[in-house]
Design a protein. Sequence first.
Length: 255
Amino acid sequence: MSGILDGKRILITGVLMESSIAFHAAKVAQEQGAEVILTAFPRPTLTERIAKKLPKPAKVIELDVTSTEHLDRLADLVRDELGSLDGVVHSIGFAPQDALGGNFLNTPFESVSTAMHVSAFSLKSLTMACLPLMSEGGSVVGLTFDAQFAWPQYDWMGPAKAALEATSRYLARDLGKQSIRCNLISAGPIGSMAAKSIPGFGELAEVWNTRSPLAWDMADPEPAGRGIVALLSDFFPKTTGEIVHVDGGVHMMGA
Ligand SMILES: NC(=O)c1ccc[n+]([C@@H]2O[C@H](COP(=O)([O-])OP(=O)(O)OC[C@H]3O[C@@H](n4cnc5c(N)ncnc54)[C@H](O)[C@@H]3O)[C@@H](O)[C@H]2O)c1
């Protein structure tokens, strides 16, 4: 049976647990025919353990997206394994505890700076690190949590996601000439490690129980994974700088 990623080579960041959105992107990508390479943070051994649960084997490369050394060596390591890339998935987010959970007015700039570096600037760093491998064009896909709104508890991750969304549009602008598309999935709440590290995220997620037109399951990251794979495929050939909501429809509800 043919898949929508047949013959494509995809680098996927952010596989930490089975609850990671990236794990489901990798699973669906392999099911759809892609060859997948994973990057790992903080330890390759953790990601290697989870990668064993994928339908097919996937090589794991260590990558702290704030490390210039790791970014500089990434292209060579990926080239040795796959030769080139057709797609890159940025599934990375982090903010220090004092930037989350209701401390917005008191968060020091050092913590804001870390959140911005890891969660937003890294989309540019990762894309540029992979650029030498995408000479035939490609698709870059990242993950946001709708940054049009001021959410409770989400605090400085909100401005970090707004920066990510803008960064994606600027990358789309500057890389279009090289046939590289850059798009985001705006996902509804998923009970991953990143979400659990936000105090009170469960209460925020309850909004989906009452407002989502489509039934929403926080324990199911697969819809987001399928959205990522769709954007990696050739079925969005002229779409770039776009944000596709995989949120059950909450983003468009008035009340
Ligand atoms: N869980 C949600 O409700 C939700 C909703 C919308 C968007 N998102 C976004 O989806 C993406 C993936 O998150 P997730 O929910 O799957 O959680 P997750 O905890 O499984 O994934 C977050 C990933 O970020 C990686 N990471 C953190 N710091 C890093 C660094 N310095 N270098 C490289 N990688 C680093 C972690 O290793 C981890 O794999 C994030 O961008 C997150 O903000 C999540």
